[in-house]
Write a protein that binds this ligand. Sequence first.
Ligand SMILES: Nc1nc2c(c(=O)[nH]1)N[C@H]1C(S)=C(S)[C@@H](COP(=O)(O)OP(=O)(O)OC[C@H]3O[C@@H](n4cnc5c(=O)[nH]c(N)nc54)[C@H](O)[C@@H]3O)O[C@H]1N2
Ligand SMILES: Nc1nc2c(c(=O)[nH]1)N[C@H]1C(S)=C(S)[C@@H](COP(=O)(O)OP(=O)(O)OC[C@H]3O[C@@H](n4cnc5c(=O)[nH]c(N)nc54)[C@H](O)[C@@H]3O)O[C@H]1N2
Ligand SMILES: [Mo]
Length: 595
Amino acid sequence: MIKTACGLDCPDACGIEADRNSFPKIKADKEHPTNNGALCSLLNRHIWQEERIRKARVDSKEVSLDEAMEEVSLALNSNSLLWRGSGNFGVMQEITNLLFSKIDATTTKGSLCDGAGDAGIIAGRGVNRILPPEQIKKSEVVVVWGKNITVTASHLMPYIEGKKIIVIDPIETPIAKKADLFLQIAPKSDFYLAIMLARFTIMGDHEDREFLDKFAPEYDDFYDFTRGFRVKAILEHIGVDLSIMGEFLEHILNKRVVFLVGNGVQKYSIGNYVLHAIDSLASTLGLFGKEGCGVAFLGNSKLGFNNPFEISGKKVQKATTNFSDFDTVLIQGGNPVASMPNSSRVIEELKKCKRVIYFGLYENETSEIADIIIPAKNFFEKDDVRLSYAHHIVTPMRKVIDINFGISEYDFVLTLFKKLNLGNLKSEKEYINLWLNQCEKVDNYYISPAYQEIPYSDGFGEDGDDEFEFIDDFEDEFENNKRLTRVRKRKKDEKIIDEYWLITSKPNNSLNSQFKRDNKITIHPDLGFNNGDRVLAYSKWGEHEFIVKNCSNMRKDSVLIYNNSLGVNFLTPDIISDEGNSACYQEVKIKLKKI
Ligand SMILES: Nc1nc2c(c(=O)[nH]1)N[C@H]1C(S)=C(S)[C@@H](COP(=O)(O)OP(=O)(O)OC[C@H]3O[C@@H](n4cnc5c(=O)[nH]c(N)nc54)[C@H](O)[C@@H]3O)O[C@H]1N2
Ligand SMILES: Nc1nc2c(c(=O)[nH]1)N[C@H]1C(S)=C(S)[C@@H](COP(=O)(O)OP(=O)(O)OC[C@H]3O[C@@H](n4cnc5c(=O)[nH]c(N)nc54)[C@H](O)[C@@H]3O)O[C@H]1N2
Ligand SMILES: [Mo]
């Protein structure tokens, strides 16, 4: 029996047991601390159904792996770019940094994922620590805030069982259906909701004075800040009434409360402000540094580690990369043509490069336009280490089988070090041990050096000796705040073309653009379309066709196109969040036309 871990980019990072003799039959590692005894359908089914790339290609011709690697070595120079996705979450993915550092080439900064929220957390707490799942288990109330937990982190479900559940989401998700209270708010209104809740908390003298005096003394200024927003207009904008706000506070006051915050709240230019406002509300309620309390967002999995693959050097934005600035682009473990915003721009940019190298497992929109294809090995076929952004367990990903095609990231870099005379590389084992040796070993597993049983119990900042910094400014350029104070009267006979918020959350049968894909758009039945209708969805950024699926879980001001859907990112904007260098997929309203 080999114990390993799942490498897919998901917070659970499940432990797996595999037997070489019966592989690919695998099962959940029941001893793994974050495992509840079952693997998801992605691991049980979808991953095995996907056709792998077995042969290397150069200019559409199949060649040997060595010939293709020779072409890669000829294509790389100091005007090359490494664009890495998150197809495999193992730490060894980053070893390609060492190659790009050696040839003095460019890498990326920022994120397609949680960068905006992370920046907002750092602004308040100084450091983004993971809330251990055991603290979630000790809570009495869980607020699931913009997180589709049954789909995107299903192994957290046992931790919230039996608790009072409040859900805040524009869509009536499966967890919302089970909730004690559900706030079906307008998209991009979470900032205002958090600010209003904080204001009502302080207005009713419910703030945690003892906590605030000790850890967050600037709360008077914060209260003034919350009073700068107009209650009536804001509540209308959020789409909830005053009594629901009261009910919300009644549920959580004087309880052990955890906010489980997902990516949904922060896919906007103001994503940093949203997390900072939610944290400011949590501070007002005194939810940090106490048993069974806290705010759990996507944490920093590498916190506390000395990362042997960290490099300085030239970096460009990951979410809005101008690929055409480079002769050669190496795309590793990602599918930017589908996953980056503004697909038309991405395709146009990549087509202008001399050489696009795709290093991955499966054919996809990006391999389709690449000049050199290098088949990768998956996480059962190489050694690696798995960290998580939702817990502190560090699990070795152990090679289960040998295959006769593809190349690991380590061997890819080693080959190019040799071909380009770049000097020596440590052995793969040494690199893996560099990670594991920084952890504490407990039974069969390792614990991240960043682990604290109750984060922030001494205070904030890297060393725990700082105060919490409340949010004290806010700008929303996209949707000028004036909209919150007056409603424009329509002119007589004015033709209205309705615009809808575009929600692009994660589906259960795929992991981002890996595995099952379709072209559905989910909308409220009152929008006037029939199931199966073909519609053109369009925005300022582009257009694409989708097939209608009506569903009354939707609000009437929003539509849902899952983020794995073919063509979704033709509609999304290539802009960067105010802080955190993050993509802002949902900072867009789209129109629909029946075709
Ligand atoms: N099965 C599966 N699991 C996955 C993934 C996958 O592709 N498939 N992807 C993994 C990755 S990379 C990530 S980053 C995580 C992300 O996982 P989550 O954090 O759950 O993120 P999303 O699914 O993007 O969105 C979560 C929820 O936010 C809601 N939402 C959208 N806009 C708003 C808003 O303005 N306000 C509020 N309050 N809610 C909003 C959506 O309706 C949705 O229910 O999931 C990981 N897990
Ligand atoms: N509209 C919209 N778009 C989004 C999002 C959204 O919410 N809305 N979410 C964003 C988020 S949160 C994320 S994280 C990104 C993800 O976007 P990407 O990082 O681009 O990830 P994927 O699209 O899943 O592509 C992963 C590819 O990695 C390859 N791969 C898998 N394992 C390995 C390996 O071990 N080695 C190598 N070399 N390759 C491997 C596979 O071939 C696979 O096709 O998408 C973002 N895109
Ligand atoms: Mo992500």
